[in-house]
Ligand binder design. Structure first.
Ligand SMILES: Cc1cc2nc3c(=O)[nH]c(=O)nc-3n(C[C@H](O)[C@H](O)[C@H](O)COP(=O)(O)OP(=O)(O)OC[C@H]3O[C@@H](n4cnc5c(N)ncnc54)[C@H](O)[C@@H]3O)c2cc1C
Length: 400
């Protein structure tokens, strides 16, 4: 699948951080992770921390799938608000899903700290503004629901919003717990750390056949090499659907631009928090460590070819939408890119096993906060491989 256009910002900024060799011999391991994007890297890191022998294979260079295109706003908020998710999954499961995501931000912070490498991680609040006056009621309901489960938020009315953000809108919900990340740098940092603990990584190694049997899994590469493992984890992002009989995802196109560096990004708006809105598809933006502003949104259902053709026009629309909101900030687009992303009906990821493939786990961090879900996938699958029960696995299973 063509996951993204050619020039996402992170790739231009870093180039190829690390290259790993392709697989040239037959090997055996305990766990093979298919996919070296952010989810596969999180999985590999968690497995190695637990002392499990693992191998990562990727058909591209590391991190060059959807991960390189990500705008990496790290939020606990699931695409479906809590008060609506309660109606789909029941109150208890909805609360648990939100609380797990809420906790996972702290887990991510401690992983980044332990890596002692550049990850671009920083805590930032997030602010969801009401796009229309009629959205105020829903946001206030959401605030009440989150409060009940112990997630604090602050309602900012029109006046406070104008004072703090310079935006003349209807108010919105401020969440203190959110973060930003450099998804591509982080992926490489995770793998580098895991390699120090014995992980083996092979990129430009495409898996073309998988044989599942009750005692082992055997993968065959395009070059006819074999990898034999006790367990397989499929972390192929949006390309994982081909390995599952049930359709779990719907594909969309999404667009992003990044500004030229500003002379300073200090105090552009309140705490330079992550900004998003209630309108769907939502416009969102955040600052970067090198004083730029990344803006994303204008999603549609275009195919990858049509997506890339639409990019110049979509980039203009994103810039215009930002300028309308914050006309006093001199935003000039430096780079633009497009990507494919997948959503699920309930906004939740799919993590776990499917009956047709023994000894195989799926870690699919689908949805707008795929990175947060990637952390949960790594924790759940590590626990399952260690033979421990993870209380959250039923929430995200394929038979839900
Ligand atoms: C423009 C854009 C903005 C986004 N913004 C956000 C955001 O703000 N916050 C957020 O949380 N999420 C965001 N996302 C989603 C997030 O980027 C994804 O959830 C995340 O990158 C998925 O990572 P992954 O590792 O699962 O998939 P990928 O990065 O795609 O990695 C999967 C890997 O599997 C490999 N692979 C596939 N098939 C094979 C095979 N047969 N053999 C070997 N290897 C194989 C691929 O080469 C690929 O590298 C955004 C996505 C896009 C496109």
């Amino acid at each position: 699948m063509d996951l993204r256009s050619h020039y996402p910002y992170w790739l231009l900024r870093h180039g190829i951080i690390n290259v790993y060799p392709p697989l040239t011999e037959n090997i055996k391991t305990d766990v093979v992770v298919m996919g070296g994007g952010i989810t596969g890297a999180l999985l590999a890191w968690h497995l190695c921390q637990a002392g499990i022998a693992a191998v990562v294979v990727d058909k591209r260079h590391i991190g060059m799938g959807s991960t390189a295109a990500s705008t990496a706003m790290i939020q606990y908020e699931i695409d479906i608000p809590l008060y609506q998710l309660e109606k789909i999954t029941g109150k208890k499961n909805a609360a648990q899903s939100y609380l797990l995501c809420y906790q996972s931000l702290l887990d991510l912070a401690s992983i980044c700290k332990s890596l002692k490498a550049y990850t671009g991680f920083a805590f930032k609040p997030s602010f969801q503004q009401a796009s229309f006056k009629k959205d105020i009621a829903g946001l206030k309901k959401e605030q009440a629901c989150r409060k009940k489960i112990g997630i604090p938020t602050e309602w900012l009315d029109e006046k406070i919003m104008q004072d703090r953000f310079g935006i003349n809108k209807y108010g919105g919900l401020l969440s203190e717990r959110a973060a930003e990340l450099d998804p591509y740098g982080f992926t490489h940092a995770l793998l580098y750390a895991a390699v120090q603990k014995g992980l083996r990584v092979f990129d430009r190694t495409k898996i073309t056949a998988i044989e599942h049997s009750p005692k082992k899994v055997t993968l065959t590469t395009e070059d006819k090499r074999k990898i034999q493992a006790k367990y397989l984890v499929i972390a192929c992002g949006y390309e994982s659907q081909q390995y599952i009989s049930k359709t779990v995802q719907r594909l969309h196109a999404t667009y992003a631009i990044v500004s030229e560096p500003l002379s300073t990004a200090v105090g552009l708006w309140y705490k330079n928090c992550l900004m998003w809105e209630t309108r769907l598809p939502y416009l969102y933006f955040r600052t970067t460590k090198d004083n730029r502003i990344i803006i994303g949104g204008k999603d549609d259902d275009k195919s990858p070819a049509a997506r890339d053709a639409a990019l110049p026009q979509k980039a203009k629309l994103l810039e215009k939408a930002f300028n309308r909101l914050l006309p006093h900030i001199a935003f000039k687009t430096d780079f633009e890119w497009a990507g494919t992303f997948a959503s699920t009906k309930d906004g939740l990821p799919y993590i776990g096993v499917v009956p047709e493939h023994p000894r195989t786990f799926f870690g699919l961090g689908l949805g707008g906060n795929g990175i947060t879900f990637g952390i949960l996938a790594a924790q759940i699958i590590r626990d399952r491989i260690l033979g421990k029960k993870n209380v959250s696995e039923n929430l995200f299973g394929f038979n839900r």
